[in-house]
Design a binder for this molecule. Structure first.
Ligand code: G3P
Ligand code: CA
Length: 317
């Protein structure tokens, strides 16, 4: 595996700065956490049983379901608010779309998950869009994802757009809590072999789960969309994060822009699990594996989200 200074481009700077970060203040476990992003989503359709099973086979410590809500109030594993990118909803329910204008001029059709019952969503093929060999894969419920992981891997559920669902009368955080409770997973160590980490881009969602609902599970504050890291990556910012989360999940770009963030977060007692590696391009690195290696062992991150669990570098050698 590559050494810290073999990285090229923008990340070379990181190598120089962040090596020092992992030497100081790293009170975390030396083992790194492999989070299978939407399952092994480089090789199988995201958020399907096939993707999660493959991720576990490939050694994932955690599988990652993004959560959306059906019209009858069931949590499902789905990244987008709508179904058309990853299912054949447009064929099965051709008239059930909403038309929207995006980017000022482009007319698009959206089939929102929250306008379909679970029974309707279960009719959809969630695999063929990726490859015909996955025809017949279904959109799993959160409960089904939990059962796939039970005793075999951790789960790292993300509350997606909780405020959108709140406006529709759903309480995503309570639904998550209820599902975790039903499966004995609402407390640390509830199910041996299946640790639970919560995550959200919404600080408020994490705050609700921790403070209002009293869910005593570790959680990760995702950063890199509309967060202002200049505010969060200050001593005061980290102290604020600790009120509702136990770690941060920055995008790769955030860590490039703030190369001392790992050291600072560790010094504040927060874990750092960046996203997302593999599946697209490896940015300035020759391979996905070298990019992951760099963030884990030069940068000192505690783990990472990857679409390619099989390429996760387990150790520094
Ligand atoms: O949850 C970490 C990462 O998955 C965030 O990005 O858009 O893939 O959910 P997204
Ligand atoms: Ca996610």
């Amino acid at each position: 595996m590559t050494g810290p200074f073999r990285a090229i481009g923008a990340y070379t700077v990181l190598a120089l700065c962040v090596g020092c970060a992992s030497d100081s203040g790293d009170t975390m476990s030396s083992g790194r956490i492999l989070v299978a992003h939407r399952g092994a989503s480089a090789y199988a359709p995201e958020h399907t049983r096939a993707a999660y099973e493959l991720a576990i086979e490939q050694g994932a410590d955690y599988i990652e379901p993004d959560l959306q809500i059906t019209s009858d109030g069931v949590l499902i594993a789905l990244h987008d608010l709508s179904l058309e990118r990853t299912t054949n909803v447009a064929e099965v329910f051709p008239d059930r779309f909403r038309e929207e204008v995006i980017r000022g001029t482009m007319l698009v059709r959206r089939w929102y998950a929250s306008e379909f019952t679970l029974a309707e969503i279960k009719q959809l093929d969630a695999g063929s869009w990726f490859d015909p060999r996955f025809a017949g894969e279904r959109v799993p419920t959160f409960a089904e994802v939990i059962e796939i992981a039970r005793g075999r891997a951790g789960i790292f559920p993300e509350t997606k757009a909780p405020e959108v669902y709140g406006d529709q009368g759903f309480d995503m955080e309570r639904l998550v809590q209820a599902e975790l409770q039903r499966h004995g997973l609402d407390v640390p160590g509830g199910v041996p072999g299946t640790p639970v980490l919560l995550q959200s881009f919404s600080a408020e969602s994490l705050r609700i789960m921790r403070q209002d609902l009293g869910i005593d599970l570790p959680s990760t504050f995702l950063m890199g969309t509309d967060t202002d890291e200049r505010v969060w990556f200050t001593p005061e910012g980290f102290e604020r994060i600790k009120e509702f989360a136990t770690g941060i999940g920055p995008s790769k770009n955030v860590l490039v822009a703030f190369p001392d963030a790992v050291a600072k977060a560790h010094a504040a007692g927060l874990t750092v699990i960046p996203y997302t590696f593999g599946g697209g391009d490896a940015d300035s690195f020759p391979t996905f594996q070298e990019e992951m290696w760099h963030f884990l062992y030069t940068f000192g991150a505690d783990g990472l989200f990857t679409n390619n669990p099989d390429l996760f570098p387990r150790d520094e050698s």
